[in-house]
Write a protein that binds this ligand. Sequence first.
Ligand code: LLP
Length: 387
Amino acid sequence: MKGLFPLEKFRTVKTPFYYYDTALLRKTLEAIKAELKKNDNYHLHYAVKANANPKVLRLISAAGFGADCVSGGEIKAALEAGFPASKIVFAGVGKSDWEINLALDADIFCFNVESIPELEIIDQLAGEKGKTARVSFRINPDVGAHTHANITTGLAENKFGIAMADMEKVIEIAATLEHVKFTGLHFHIGSQILEMGDFVALCNRVNELQAQLERHHIKVENINVGGGLGIDYQHPNEVPVPNFADYFQTYRKHLNLRPGQQLHFELGRAVVGQCGSLITRVLYVKQATYKQFAIVDAGMTDLIRPALYQAFHYIENLSSEETKETYDVVGPICESSDVFVKAFDLNRCHRGDFLALRSAGAYGEIMASSYNCRELPKGYVTEDFAG
Ligand code: LLP
């Protein structure tokens, strides 16, 4: 089974490029909306870091979701794409003064604060503007996740968040500051998580912390559990939409929300991952001593995930139905790590064939670089090839 692509239209543009299937993106957004409808206190802030292509962002903002940003640049991109400031949350361990000022001027929903020094600077900058900043504290729950070490974030050894043990002290400090208002707690344990048990562990930690804070009569309006739901990289055609029902049900079942409390999510990958493919052409088929290489015009500069996280992206030859052969699919960059996949079966490849590297909608285009003085790949949506 292969995905559906407007192959003839692909000939009219330069490769490599990203292609976003907007019908699938819409279907994914609808699936999330249907789940969120079941609880009017559940809110999604799409994690802009996963994909900030303006056309993709517009579709997500039009669906009514908020945005989770980690830089001033992302806040600007979110505002330009129509996300209301009142639904923007701003996280990050190292927020610069200009970024804090930008967020204060825009009057965003909330800063997710990661340290006491950061809290003090937000208080000072808000004071200079005569404003009060709404803040949540990012707690490091010390919960592991069954995912790649580079994308776990909720362990004590990670740089993120404030230790649970320091929480009360931090809330007490916030109460003494005039220009910040404590409104909630923020968590995020990692990315590409497929075991619901990891989220259950997070829920248990949040429940413990809430009980502890209640003993000190501290009220929490908002709980933000971050993102992290994974996608099926092995089967992009069979599982194009992640299992949102299971994911949200896990929180419904295991998180003890207090009356009136709002629950916020920051999904990124699960929203955009499956709708995007990196489209590349075969430059050469090279027979080497022990193997054959399909050398393509996309490289690790266009999609760095395999080189950086040993990530797997399913590949399809869109131009060939011939018998499958085994290839190492590699790029043109002068680095041995510029390999997309080793020993992978593809319909027999020829120069000029179009290959689709699937499940590349999240952390693909946005992580591209111009190393080797390469042009950044462009991103097209279905509508760009219509007519
Ligand atoms: N919230 C926070 C605080 C985060 O740090 C992240 C991702 C998210 C939400 C969204 O997580 P998601 O739902 O997408 O899993 N470049 C890596 C992934 C890095 C994720 C960083 N933080 C990759 O290509 O796998």
